[in-house]
Design a protein around this ligand. Structure first.
Ligand SMILES: [Zn+2]
Length: 221
């Protein structure tokens, strides 16, 4: 069962991130029956379409045109697979609720990674996570925590989009969960090679990774 959930999570991440990339970022609204390479438009072999495995089989480069593939794709598929494996979803309703909030997170991650901006409204389904009993219901603490994070709008260095994400997370899940998420995101983002090159790093994928880490450790402990 765990393996099925992992495979579903990885495939779902692959589907949502590809859809976001093609239709929200590149807006190449072509719906064809067969998958083709985004760079040379050649038809893709079946093996390269398998999440994670496809990237490993091709050694991180498109077989057809040797174009370097972003590490973002296998990583997000892996993290989403693990999240699906560990998040407690026992009923169909819970599965659907998690599917909606998961899709919203995947889309915002992809947008931020490639464009350094994201659609804030996509994050609103984050509030649905209450129903999975992995986040406390809305309390006064959520409101106070949100106000506290909102004041970071005035700080330089952290992009406004990231603050929007943190504020919505705080409203939806509360500061008890948001603080460790931000901490985990900061630690994980240190691994990004762009930090050492003093280049801008998309922070929302790391915030989502932090959320996955904190929620799954909450579930385990
Ligand atoms: Zn190609």
């Amino acid at each position: 069962m765990l393996l099925i959930l992992f495979c579903f999570g990885a495939c779902w991440a692959s589907f949502i991130t590809t859809m976001t990339w093609r239709h929200l970022i590149h807006s190449s609204r072509t719906y064809s029956a067969v998958s083709s390479c985004d760079f040379c438009k050649q038809r893709l072999p079946l093996g390269s379409l398998i999440p994670i495995v496809g990237f490993i089989l091709q050694c991180g480069r498109a077989k057809c045109c040797d174009h370097r593939l972003e590490k973002f794709w296998p990583l997000i598929e892996l993290v989403n697979g693990i999240s699906w494996m560990l998040i407690p979803t026992t009923t169909l309703t819970e599965l659907i609720l998690f599917l909606i909030s998961d899709s919203a997170l995947l889309a915002t991650c992809t947008e931020d990674w490639f464009t350094k901006r994201f659609s804030t409204f996509l994050l609103l389904p984050l509030g649905l996570l209450h129903w999975l009993s992995i986040a406390p219901p809305f309390t006064m603490a959520n409101l106070i925590g949100t106000v506290a994070f909102a004041t970071t709008y005035l700080l330089p260095g952290i992009g406004n989009g990231d603050v929007d994400w943190i504020i919505i997370c705080c409203l939806a899940l509360g500061p008890q969960i948001t603080v460790p998420i931000v901490l985990a995101a900061c630690l994980c983002s240190l691994l990004d090679p762009r930090i050492r090159q003093h280049r801008a790093v998309p922070f929302i994928p790391y915030l989502c990774l932090g959320l996955a880490v904190v929620l799954t450790t909450n579930v385990i402990t």
